[in-house]
Design a binder for this molecule. Structure first.
Ligand SMILES: [Zn+2]
Length: 90
């Protein structure tokens, strides 16, 4: 019982999230392309990441949408958050 097979694992430093278009709080613009998040690149990446589980993606985006709503409502009235966050998911 001393065998410990080495399972190849992704390097921590090379995680794909480093290159993702991520939201910049509290204004929720993309940190890379400055578009409203989720920008097109972020959407594409999310669809790939959650391609087998779009339900989880919707749950995730719904949670983010609630956070955006709370944060942006202090700055200006968020409009169309549903379309921005959910309508593009499959
Ligand atoms: Zn972007």
């Amino acid at each position: 019982m001393t065998t410990s097979p080495k399972v190849p694992r992704p390097k921590p430093g090379g995680h794909v999230a480093d290159r993702l278009h991520l939201p910049m709080r509290p204004l929720w613009g993309c940190g890379i392309c400055r578009a409203e998040w989720p920008c097109e690149s972020a959407r594409a990446a999310l669809l790939i990441e959650y391609r087998d589980n779009l339900v989880a993606l919707r749950v995730y985006l719904s949670a983010l949408m609630a956070e955006v709503d709370a944060q942006l409502s202090q700055v200006n009235r968020p409009s169309d958050l549903c379309r921005r966050f959910l309508s593009w998911v499959g």
